[in-house]
Design a protein around this ligand. Structure first.
Ligand code: NAD
Length: 432
């Protein structure tokens, strides 16, 4: 049993804290947001993540996890301190804003009274661990890196069955402590890689930049498919079955979004600049992704015809299904654009109404699929939640001659053709 402190109870800190507790450890989760702590103490998760609530409640009941805003007491009672705070980009910049990290580190350092292990689980640029170490006087702590690879929406599964666990440590001892912490997962088959601290920091950025590259690649191929009458899904299958390429992250769709890829690709380019290394591929991926956002707006204009006065319905607005996370979601560019262009926008999302759209004009939240599609001229399938898979468009009370734009290729092309629905999707022919 290890005594752990998780600083930051967002998607990463909360999920890993709860899952570490579930493995039998004693976990104290700290957050500066008192509302989150109040909710968590009552066993209510402030984020939507499948299965999280039950594991949370179980571990509170069994006294393995507690929640506090008292960082001092939490640090004192713990042996391993995980930094799980946000690392967004600085405003209008490629650089990473490390202010949350250093604010937390300074608090931790003030309260260290015995030798601890400080672990950066947050995604931080290579060399951040070195900077943290410099702040720690008289070597009161080991500073190591343990980048997180979980995916929102599948976070519990990803914690329990990770492809790999990466630890970056310049000392032997903390590496062995981390191995024992993760032993229950290693015993079930997870690979455990030990490297130096800088190596682990860079692995995380390289992984995300590579995945973002794969998505942008297939998105550009999809653009070509639309012009030459080829179905992009055939291409994904045809190339993905080559083991050297692999089939995952080859689904064409909107621009990549979410809390990681957009900021981490930029963060990596910023690190390249700092070390005078041209990361031209990643740079191009960022450009390609920005272009894609514009390109999809143009496609919506083309599909809809005149936007002014049209009723446009969004099915889902989060950046992916099974999460409530809106960060860098495509809907954040699409919806304000359509509203400004004079459309009446309606949206439905299984995780509820979004604060992000509170100030947008001409927008309404609908409580159900049926309500959102009522009287719609254009229905945009934005996020591929399971509940949208079986929609029977012909039974919905949309306008006569309504159109569907499927950003995720969720619906069967031939079915839509059979039902004579005016249907556009990504990298496939349109049905007019
Ligand atoms: P988040 O914004 O959901 O959560 C961060 C939390 O930290 C917030 O609750 C905030 O109140 C708290 N916080 C900030 N400063 C604090 C301080 N000084 N003391 C106490 N609490 C503080 O962030 P997230 O999505 O969980 O991401 C955290 C890190 O993990 C980021 O570096 C991110 O890149 C990385 N990461 C995220 C994911 C993901 O899917 N979200 C996956 C892998 C890695």
């Amino acid at each position: 049993m290890h005594k752990l402190c998780m600083i930051g109870t967002g998607y990463v800190g909360l999920v890993s804290g709860v899952c570490f507790a579930d493995l039998g450890n004693k976990v104290i989760c700290v957050d500066q947001d008192k509302n989150k702590i109040d909710k968590l103490r009552k066993g209510i998760s402030p984020i939507y993540e499948p299965a999280l609530d039950e594991i949370l409640k179980k571990n509170i009941r069994d006294n393995r996890i507690e929640f506090t805003s008292d960082l001092k007491a939490a640090v004192k009672k713990s042996d391993i301190i995980f930094l799980c705070v946000g690392t967004p980009n600085k405003k209008n910049s490629l650089d990473v804003n490390l202010s949350f990290i250093f604010k937390a580190v300074k608090e931790v350092i003030k309260n260290i009274d015995s030798k601890k292990i400080i672990v950066t689980k947050s995604t931080v640029p290579v060399g951040t661990g070195d900077q943290i170490e410099k702040l720690i006087k008289r070597k009161k702590a080991y500073v190591i890196s343990n980048p997180e690879f979980l995916r929102e929406g599948e976070a519990i599964r990803d914690f329990r069955y990770p492809d790999r666990i990466v630890i970056g440590s310049n000392d032997k001892y903390p590496g062995s402590v981390m191995r024992s912490l993760y032993q229950p997962l290693i015993s079930k088959g997870a690979k455990f890689y030990l490297t130096n601290r800088r190596g682990a920091e860079l692995i995380k950025y390289a992984a995300n930049a590579f995945l973002a590259t794969k998505i942008s690649f297939i998105n550009e191929i999809a653009n070509l498919c639309e012009k030459v009458g080829v179905n992009v899904e055939d291409i994904s299958l045809g190339i993905g079955s080559d083991n050297r390429i692999g089939s995952r992250f080859l689904r064409a769709g909107p621009a990549y979004g979410g809390s990681c890829f957009p900021k981490d690709t930029k963060g990596l380019v910023s690190t390249g600049k700092k070390y005078k290394t041209d990361l031209s591929i990643v740079n191009t991926v960022i450009k390609s992704n920005n272009l894609r956002r514009k390109l999809l707006l143009d496609r919506i204009k083309k599909i809809s015809g005149n936007i002014k006065g049209k009723t446009i319905a969004f099915l889902g607005v989060t950046f992916k299904p099974n999460t409530d996370d809106m960060r860098d979601s495509n809907s954040l560019t699409m919806i304000p654009f359509l509203s400004k262009s004079g459309a009446h926008v309606k949206y439905y999302d299984p995780t509820g109404e979004k604060n992000e759209f509170k100030k947008v004009k001409n927008i309404k939240y609908a409580n159900s699929i049926r309500e959102v599609c009522k009287n719609a001229d254009l229905i945009i399938l934005h996020t591929e939640w399971d509940e949208f898979k079986s929609i029977d468009f012909s039974s919905l009370k949309a306008k006569k001659n309504f159109k569907v734009f499927d950003l995720r290729n969720l619906f069967d092309f031939n079915e839509m053709k059979k039902k004579k629905i005016k249907y556009s999707s990504i990298g496939r022919p349109s049905i007019n």
